[in-house]
Ligand binder design. Sequence first.
Ligand code: CP3
Length: 356
Amino acid sequence: MSDRFLRACRREPVGTTPVWFMRQAGRYMPEYRAIREKYSLLEICRHPELAAEVTLQPIRALGVDAAILFADILLPAIPLGVGLEFAKGEGPVLLNPIRNLDDVKNLRPVNPESDLGYVMEAIRLLRGTLSGVPLIGFCGAPFTVASYLIEGGSSREFLKTKTMMYSAPEVWRALMDKLSGVLRDYLVAQIRAGAQAVQIFDSWVGALSPQDYENFVLPYSQMVLQAAQKENVPVIHFGTNTSTLLPLMKRAGGDVIGLDWRIPLDDGWKILGDNVAVQGNLDPAVLFAPRSEIKKRVGDILQRADGRSGHIFNLGHGILQNTPVENVKAVVDMVHEFSFSNDGRAAECIETRDVA
Ligand code: CP3
């Protein structure tokens, strides 16, 4: 089994930089679209054999170094009683959004094993079949999940979310208390079912100032991250638009911090310090560029990492719809074929693949 992903998470030396992609299973893949013709997104998530099959599709097609469980950060909304639908072309719809303290109090208690057991079952199934690569479990971070529960769906300005924070902080804190407990239990259950690493997606946290992050978000993320770290698996803490939040995200926790393309990888790593690993940070839109441009930009990221232990190659955010599959595969090969010469300087994509 290739353990370069887990080794890099622990900042141990690897001969070859590991690579995987957020949203590596999805509509850009013909195999995925074929399954989606027959089943809805939620049907796939709720049937462990289907979720396992979709998780394996990018492993077979791309040769990535890690599998990410096929699920969605909004699944806990179902047992919480908020109601979840994926409207065609519109993204997620939360049917009973949270507006006041009564709504928070009416959230149902969640037992991950009985209420989201299909997720744990998919993990167990996958651990029985995946022999080549480690399996990543995940959940949304309290802020990002709260934003969906409050807004009722995707949002640009997060106005309802921020209005609750600023005008009714007691409601915000009650919601975050509740959510962070649920997300902690859910993540720990995934680890105990067999997830070998976990990622916390705080996709939209970059909408906040550092002061608001520290005051309204950090303690809750920290609670989830620390509980996962106690289970002794690598924990990846991911967000976008976080250049000014990186020191606080590091304080909140995680063995690996996600970087997006808005900050050069070496600058982001410098802010974070050497005692943490980093994941990133190719702009997903680069996958639509000519092969020569992709190669230049993949090379630039690897040169900025400079062969230091603790870099996991990824995009700065998820793969976009309509991304050419062959370009995704080409990036995997470029990362695997890139090597560093003895003086630590990056050498141009020499054909040296180490045998895992
Ligand atoms: O990475 C993977 O391959 C694992 C699967 C995965 C999905 N969602 C499946 C999915 C993961 C890790 C997620 C996380 C997720 N879900 C996030 C955080 C990651 C990020 O991109 O920031 C968020 C914000 C969500 C909420 C969500 N789910 C949205 C906003 C949407 C609609 C987006 C769209 O493209 O329409 C979804 C739907 C969703 N979840 C899809 C997939 C593959 C879309 C494809 C489909 O409908 O089949």
